[in-house]
Structure formats: structure tokens, C-alpha cells
Write a protein that binds this ligand. Structure first.
Ligand SMILES: [Zn+2]
Length: 206
């Protein structure tokens, strides 16, 4: 792509670093911003900067939060004995949207993936196991997408829980293999959580 302006080229380069945004889309977005009044673009940049500078992660569940402890963890109506293990905050949002779940979450921040060089130490698995050892968790629900990485991660955590008195379950698979949780419709996802099955049972099936 040839640019008549270095400023334009820089903006397009930066924009095209975003996932799913190729150079052509980046150019379209930049052209759109150019046509907007300055204060609109200023609001966008300031929202992004403030997000990066001020965002916190809940010290209990690692969900994105405006406070030290997120609204879900600090809600006395939620059951702290049930913890749903998810990959990222999009899954928390998807499950919350079902309105079917009253426990807490634990956000791993990804899945174990040797191909991408992501190991257990890159995720928040240690703090999850620590919570389990403290006896705070009665049931752990694995709700990772059922890809090979998801299954590997579930199994790794499951092995770490050996010797700890805890019930483990996995969400029922109304969700097709390889589907990401966030795309499952709310009714299906809600049902999968309610009809969860013991994790050991899911191992024998596969
Ligand atoms: Zn939290």
C-alpha cells in the first residue's frame, strides 16, 4: 500500500496491529476518523488510554474490574463455594448474560498451548489451586472451550487438585466441539451450566 502521507501511513500501521484488522480495513477506519470532529477522536483516544492506565484485575478472580475486588466476588448473594473456570473475561460476560449462574469465576487469562508457547505458569492456575487448597471452593466447574488446548488445561488443573476435597464438573456439551463459549447462544450456554456433568465422566467419554 502506497501512502501520500507519512502521518496517514503511521495511523494505518498502528490500527492494522489490532486483531482481525487488515491494512484495507485500517485505512477505512482511519479515513472515517479523519472525517470526524477532533473532539470525537479525542474522546476515543482518551477512553483507550484511561482504560489501559486505570483498569484493574480483581485480586480474587482476575476478572477485569474498576475495584480491587470485582462486583461479582463482592456480591454477598453469590455462592463463593462454586467457582467457574473460564479462559477470559468474554466468557464471564457470556455466562453472566445467561442469568443462570450464581457462583464466582476464575479467569485463567488463556489456555495451555505448547504451540503458542503458553504454559501453566503464564496463566492464573497457581492462584486457583491456592484457593482450592485453602478449602474455599466446594465445586469447580470447567467452562473452557472444548478444543485440544481447553481439554489440556482442564486436565492439568484437575491433576493439580489431587488430594484436595473438591467436586469438579464440566459444562454439558450442547456446545459443539471447538466452539468458543462467547458465541454460544444464551439459552444453550445457560442449560450447559445447569446440566453440568462430573469432570471424571467427561474424561471417560472422550
Ligand atoms: Zn472477582
Amino acid at each position: 500500500m502506497e501512502f501520500s502521507s507519512k502521518l496517514l501511513e503511521n495511523a494505518v500501521d498502528e490500527m492494522s496491529q489490532l486483531p482481525g484488522i487488515g491494512k484495507r480495513t485500517a485505512l477505512r477506519l482511519v479515513m472515517h476518523l479523519l472525517k470526524q470532529p477532533l473532539d470525537k477522536t479525542a474522546r476515543l483516544s482518551s477512553a483507550l488510554l484511561t482504560l489501559k492506565e486505570e483498569i484493574k484485575f480483581c485480586s480474587n478472580c482476575h476478572n477485569i474490574s474498576d475495584q480491587e475486588i470485582c462486583e461479582i466476588c463482592s456480591n454477598p448473594k453469590r455462592d463463593p463455594g462454586t467457582v467457574c473456570v473460564v479462559e477470559d473475561i468474554r466468557d464471564v460476560m457470556a455466562i453472566e448474560n445467561t442469568g443462570q449462574y450464581r457462583g464466582l469465576y476464575h479467569v485463567l487469562g488463556g489456555k495451555i498451548s505448547p504451540v503458542e508457547g503458553i504454559g501453566p505458569q503464564d496463566l492464573t492456575i497457581a492462584s486457583l489451586i491456592a484457593k482450592a487448597k485453602e478449602g474455599k471452593i466446594k465445586e469447580m466447574i470447567f467452562a473452557l472451550s472444548s478444543t485440544m488446548e481447553g481439554d489440556t488445561t482442564n486436565f492439568y488443573i484437575y491433576k493439580q487438585l489431587e488430594g484436595i476435597d473438591i467436586k469438579t464438573s464440566t459444562i454439558a456439551r450442547g456446545i459443539a466441539v471447538g466452539d468458543e463459549l462467547e458465541y454460544a447462544d444464551e439459552v444453550t450456554l445457560g442449560r450447559s451450566i445447569l446440566n453440568r456433568i462430573p469432570f471424571e465422566g467427561s474424561l471417560k467419554l472422550s
